[in-house]
Design a protein around this ligand. Sequence first.
Ligand code: HEM
Length: 405
Amino acid sequence: MSIVNQLSMPVWQQRLLWIVNPVAYMEQAVKEHPDLFTATVSGFSDSLIFVNDPQGIQQILTNDRQIFFPAGELNNILTPIVGYSSLLSLDGQKHKRERKLMMPSFHGERMHYYGNLVHEIVDRIFSKQRVNSVFIAREITQDISLTVILEVVFGLTEGEKFDRIAQLIKSILNRFNQPINISFLFYEFLRKDWGKWSPWGNFIRIQKELDELIYHEIETRRTETNDQQIDMLSLLLSAQDENGQGMTNQELRDELMLILFAGHETTAIAMAWSLYWIHYHPEIKDKLLGELDNLPANSDGMTIYQQPYLTAVCNETLRIYPVAMLTFPRIVTEPVELLGHQLSKGTVLLGCIYNTHQRQDLYPSPYQFKPERFLERQYSPYEFLPFGGGVRRCLGEALASYEMK
Ligand code: HEM
């Protein structure tokens, strides 16, 4: 595999800085090598190439079934949570088939309905807040995004089952706040059950209970014929490929876990940042509220979704601190030239969303929060890519955007 544009920083320092301050790491690296650089960072066994240039990213993402292959095995760090049958672990034809089965649930007419449901959930959660009281934005936005997933994706309504599933999910996802609690994802030898107080022992007990509830829900739904149920799980249960094959219980369980994992915290963080930025710049908040105040009372989700300044504020939020700093990895399948560098078979590449979004030539004064830039200029999907691109482009983009807006 190729090592190009090595950093002057010693490897031990790279590994450490990536853990304690990944943003500082990427900013330091891009100063040395603006287009692409070889990174040696914790969490990946081999060296990786981070690509910060839109042309390079375009080349990767438009060839990502052939030369730049999104091999599922490169994502295996998350298999203890999402299993081996989710989109994340699949590649090639299997990945294509599964995406085809899932895609209709996330697009088209459905989104209109889901948009209105999201609108109602946000209103319901904010109406519990007392006016003029202080609140922690991230707690509220986590509450919103988890409720959206449980109601829109699982089709659950508030009640005992809803509360228990929400509690178990939170206790799995909260451990991501402390890297030590998820060290077993990085190091397989730590996956030892030393009782319910040990990190792995505790994790597998929670995961087991959650799995039982999810499998029970899938089984119950298979036996019910309720045409009124239009949540994503119902759609997924009826989805069939060209051979008339549907998804197995295991596939459904793994995809639901992936949606929970990929869709909950990401969207909550994006919403919390947007609240932060508009309060940090009151003039932006006033302009935004001005746009929303001009809408007729009780406007539906789609009308709100299409407002230009609101769109610009959400885009700028996802540009300045993209929640996903990198795309999933792609592996080179045959020798190829990328941005003037020869890459050999087996080289692993990541599109560096953060560095691309901070490019001075695309985004003058990149550290400033300026939604207007999105009204003044159109960006290509390789210049602005908070949801990645190509065959692994985020499936939840429309849902996340609805929530933010
Ligand atoms: C602001 C919120 C979100 C951001 C910034 C985000 C970002 C991303 C990115 C960068 C990727 C990788 C794309 C690539 O490698 O090219 C991805 C993949 C994915 N996202 Fe999201 N995401 C968000 C919300 C969601 C939501 C709400 C869901 C589901 C409800 C979701 C489901 C997925 C799935 C299933 C994949 C894997 C697709 C595949 O492997 O084919 N995401 N997301």
